[in-house]
Design a protein around this ligand. Structure first.
Ligand SMILES: [Zn+2]
Length: 97
């Protein structure tokens, strides 16, 4: 963390308007941070992320097909990919649950 850089930026003309530490909603964060709307952004454990889908060879059958992978030989896994603030921290969204 380079706090010196941040304070210098804040002293100057307010080009980077102050971002909230925690956004009120997913929509607010996506809009404010101009995130890619092609992703399905959602709040996940208080953090903003989208599910990244990737397929890999099924570990149950090594690609041969079994009922775990629906006989396709591939398993699909969803991994949450977080959004980042300009300072590199993960975007926080107030949990509605
Ligand atoms: Zn399989």
């Amino acid at each position: 963390m380079n706090t010196e850089k941040v304070s210098k930026k804040q002293k100057g003309n307010d080009v980077n308007h102050v971002l909230p530490a925690v956004f009120d909603s997913v929509e607010h964060a996506v809009k404010t941070l101009k995130l890619d709307r092609r992703h399905k952004w959602e709040e996940w454990n208080g953090e903003l992320s989208y599910p990244y889908k990737y397929s890999h060879t099924c570990t149950g059958c090594d690609g041969g097909g079994c009922n775990e992978c629906g006989y396709h030989g591939n398993s699909i896994t969803y991994v949450p990919v977080p959004a980042f603030m300009p300072d590199g921290s993960i975007v926080k969204v107030r949990s509605l649950k």
